[in-house]
Design a protein around this ligand. Structure first.
Ligand code: PA5
Length: 445
């Protein structure tokens, strides 16, 4: 089970301070669980690991199997909470070079993510990759109206229809959207796409354990039952454990203590490139949930040891604005032993017989000590290994801690009013009907 170790941060967050923060943390947990706080119509994710649609779950598994059988490639079209969870999971669970592996070894379709930018280069390059390949599309949008995925979907729907005809294309399009509303829902109904539901009470960034994440995760051959079981066991632990041993409550409290000490930036650190998108998912979850009403902790991330050769300097010696949360995968997914060489020209023989992961862990321990000495508090989050179960635990842990943390800080964790501002301006500049007045205002500026 996932562990949070605050021992390296004791000089910044004492046990007494943690004890003093207990009352407001427990109150925030109660507000979350009783549904008495702001945004309480978006709490479906709390019970999701136990209380999910079992019939739909089976359809997800069947759809994943069909896609595996009839497609060389699955395109996952979505943005924000409608793609980051799936991408985080697929990179965490699969081969580092998943798409590049020979098909006989990979056995499951290549996966590409699109609709998460508005780049004509990116979309055109992807069209080229698809030439001569059988492909399917999972279009994911809760609102069904988001511009980025809608543009990508137009392009790849047309490509599918050209290749397989309208009926053939419809059998290769899987739409994950609202059960009743939105342009995508209407289109899916009209065209007869297979549909999956983003529940009303689950917001985008809390939706990885719904069809939003589960279908693209299952297509890579991952065991989504174990993912849900991991989340369920974490849920049980977080609901039952006392404050002193409850990792989500401890994390929520410790980071809010940091905020009150003017540590306004939290840097999420990993030592595994395959965890890069866990950081991206985490940033979206915390940034959109907490960054509002002119407050919050700014969530940033680095990939170590890569970024020790860039951002490492600032973290060690730059302005003291930040604290770090380090994700450690205790048991590496691969064992690679360094060989001894006859002539030690590169001076690396002192490491002969050691594993590469042993070196990685030494880098991590050395960095935690150095950063702590440089007055950067470090929280350590440990997971045993990279598998579906630990990932389910991790997803649920962060979601729960985020809800509690936002309530401690007095903000609504489940809305994102700020995301709308750029959209309104963009629509006005593009001449979308209904935005004429705003277009005039922007023209004056
Ligand atoms: O967390 C959120 O709610 C957002 O990041 C959304 O997921 C994102 O804006 C995409 O929205 P939609 O799924 O409606 O296309």
């Amino acid at each position: 089970m996932l562990k949070l170790d605050l021992s390296k941060a004791r000089q910044f967050v004492s046990e007494e301070e943690m004890a003093n923060f207990k009352a407001q943390t427990l109150l925030a947990k109660e507000i979350l669980l009783k549904g008495s706080g702001a945004g309480n119509d978006f709490l479906g994710w709390v019970d999701l690991p136990e209380n999910y649609d079992k019939e739909e779950f089976k359809r997800i598994q069947a759809a994943a199997k069909k896609i595996q059988e009839d497609s060389d490639v699955l395109l996952v079209i979505g943005i924000g909470g409608s793609y980051l969870g799936a991408r985080a999971a697929n990179e965490f669970l699969n081969h580092s070079f998943y798409n590049e592996l020979p098909k006989e070894e990979r056995k499951t379709p290549e996966i590409y993510y699109v609709g998460n930018n508005i780049s004509s280069k990116y979309i055109s390059d992807l069209k080229q990759v698809l030439k001569g390949k059988d492909f399917s599309v999972n279009i994911i949008s809760k609102s069904g109206t988001t511009t980025e995925p809608a543009i990508a979907f137009r392009v790849f729907k047309a490509m599918l229809e050209e290749k397989y005809g309208k009926d053939g294309a419809a059998k290769r399009i899987y739409a994950t959207t609202d059960k009743a509303r939105g342009a995508l829902k209407s289109l899916a109904d009209e065209m007869g796409y297979e549909e999956f539901v983003v529940p009303d009470d689950v917001g985008g960034r809390y939706s990885v354990l719904t069809a939003v994440g589960l279908l693209p995760i299952a297509v890579t051959g991952a065991n989504i039952c174990e993912l849900m079981e991991g989340a369920a066991s974490m849920r049980k632990a977080l609901l039952e454990q006392d404050y002193e041993v409850n990792p989500a409550l401890q994390y929520a409290a410790a980071r809010n203590i940091m905020l009150r000490k003017d540590k306004k930036i939290e840097i999420f650190v990993n030592y595994e490139p395959s965890c890069h998108y866990i950081s991206e998912w985490w940033k979206q979850l915390y940034g959109e949930s907490e960054g509002k009403d002119q407050r919050g902790i700014f969530p940033a991330s680095v990939d170590f040891t890569t970024d020790l050769h860039s951002m490492g300097q600032f973290i060690q010696e730059g302005a003291r604005l930040h604290f770090e949360t380090v994700l450690e995968v205790v048991e590496s997914a691969a064992e690679l032993v360094l060989e001894k060489e006859e002539i030690d020209t590169d001076g690396m023989n002192y490491l002969a017989g050691k594993t590469v992961d042993f070196v990685n862990k030494a880098a991590m321990q050395g960095t935690i000590l150095a950063h702590t000495d440089g007055n950067v508090p470090n929280f350590l989050l440990q997971i045993d290994k990279q598998c579906e179960r630990t990932l389910g635990e991790l997803f649920y842990f962060f979601e729960f801690a985020c809800g509690v943390s936002a309530y401690i800080n007095g903000v609504n964790p489940f809305n994102q009013p700020g995301v709308e501002s750029y959209k309104r301006n963009m629509f006005a500049l593009l001449g979308k009907p209904g935005y004429e007045e705003l277009a005039k205002e922007l023209a004056k500026k």
